[in-house]
Every structure is written in C-alpha cells, then in structure tokens.
Design a protein. Sequence first.
Length: 154
Amino acid sequence: MTTNKIGLAILAAVLLLTTAFNTSSGGKNDKGRLIGAWRLAAIAGSDGQPVTTALPLGMLIYTRDGHVSVQLMYPKSASSLSNEYVHDGYEASFGSFDMNEAAHTVTHHIIGSNTGTLLVGKDLPRVYQFSPDGNLIIKSARSDEHWSVRWEHY
C-alpha cells in the first residue's frame, strides 16, 4: 500500500468510529450528556436494596458552565424525617462540579447546603454511568458507601 492509501484507510476508520460514537451518544461527550435537569427515579440504600417507601421528589441540575444543584423533598408521610443530611424532609446542596470522563467520575464541590458545615467546603467524588435507556446512575466513589441514585432526564 502506498502512503496515500494508508492515510485514506486510517481516515476512513476514524470517520467510521466517529460516526458510530455520534450515533450512539447523540454526538455528545459525557459532560454534554450530563448537562441539564434530571428527575429522581430511584434510590438504592446503603445496603444496595431499592428504597420503596417514602421516595422523595428530587431534581439534579448540571449547568454548562460547571454548576450543580440537587434538591430532595420527602413526601408528607416522611416530612418530619431529619438526620445529618435531611432537615424536616428536605435536603439540598449546590456548588460547582468537574468531571473525569476517563474515570467516569464527577466531583461536586459544595458551597452551600442545608446541612450547614457537614457538606459545605467538601469535595464529593461520585462515580457515574449512563444506562442504555439514557438514565444517569450516580454512586459514591467511597468503597465503604454502597448507595446509588438513578436519575431520568427531564
């Protein structure tokens, strides 16, 4: 093969792979897929089992310029729920985020939260994945935490 033919073969392979990637992900990289508003669909607790009672309403927002906000509101039956993260049935935090697409991690840098100093100023690394149906699954990056949250794109 001549150099020109090898170059054309490589270019054709790159174009074929690029087309396949753009078709399967809507032409977006992971950050592009992450951007937008997400609705809480399911939670698995620290035991890995799905939470089936008192599932909160939830919204997770990632902005193109690197901001994140998450809010969870538990139903009236659990509105008195309070712990270190939830106060009177409500949990919220916001800040900025960055991604490592190669490691499939997104790190939330919390600048405000209804938890006070528990989360403010903390960096919260999370493992993410996109399911075949386009849902976003977020898990703790810590080996001692086994919860996960599934979000559906609005």
